[in-house]
Design a protein around this ligand. Structure first.
Ligand code: TYD
Length: 205
């Protein structure tokens, strides 16, 4: 049987990483791999460095969108599809919805344009479930700032992160079956209870 494909999404600092650690623990008995985007293959990690380097201030929005899609298609072909076909479950930290929210909505390239680029890149490899960790960006970026030095995307203005957030809300409305909104303003345990409910609703073998 084909594996389950689950992705996690949210604005910067929404608490995704903490929840992904808990998900890893929860899925321990199942065959699963955990990935993060951009990255996950040698080529994709190199693309990640290019994209997130704070020195690359001249990068155009189009270049950025294409690089994310290039990193993604490499990950899909090299890792995700072979794993799913072998019956391994795949959990990925960020995926296509990040590109639509960040490059499509916040950078202003347009949701349809960015979805189109990704449709070409992904060959129909759509998640079975997407968990959207819903936290207003004003709260999230404060959390990140206190944890580490911000990367090129995190350094964007609050207006940018607001647009990312609004983009995600539109995606939730467009794909209500696939994307589940998780209230990430609750405490860690309460958020994970909501996550567990979604995970338990999937068809596991
Ligand atoms: P990362 O350090 O992995 O952030 P996080 O822990 O918040 O996931 O950096 C990824 C950054 O890249 C993050 O700010 C979101 C952004 N991003 C896009 O703009 N488009 C994309 O398609 C993806 C996958 C990420």
């Amino acid at each position: 049987m084909r594996g389950m494909f689950i992705t996690a999404e949210g604005t910067d600092g929404a608490g995704k990483s903490t929840q992904l650690e808990l998900i890893k623990e929860y899925l321990k008995g199942k065959k699963a791999i955990f990935l993060r985007e951009p990255g996950g293959t040698a080529i994709s990690e190199k693309i990640r460095e290019l994209i997130l380097d704070t020195q690359n201030t001249e990068m155009s929005a189009q270049t950025e969108a294409l690089l994310y899609a290039a990193s993604r298609t490499q990950l899909v072909n090299e890792v995700i599809l072979p794993a799913l076909e072998a019956g391994t479950n795949v959990v990925c930290d960020r995926y296509i919805d990040s590109s639509v929210a960040y490059q499509g909505y916040a950078r202003g390239l347009g949701a349809d344009t960015v979805e189109g680029i990704n449709r070409f890149a992904l060959e129909n490899c759509v998640p079975d479930l997407t968990l959207f960790f819903d936290l207003p960006p004003e709260k999230g970026i404060l959390r990140k700032n206190s944890q580490h030095k911000l990367d090129r995307i995190e350094q964007e203005s609050m207006d940018f992160h607001r647009k990312v957030y609004e983009g995600y809300i539109k995606l939730c409305e467009k794909y209500p079956q696939r994307i589940r909104r998780i209230d990430a303003s609750l405490d860690v345990g309460a958020v994970f209870a909501l996550v567990k409910k979604e995970l338990d609703s999937l068809r596991w073998d």
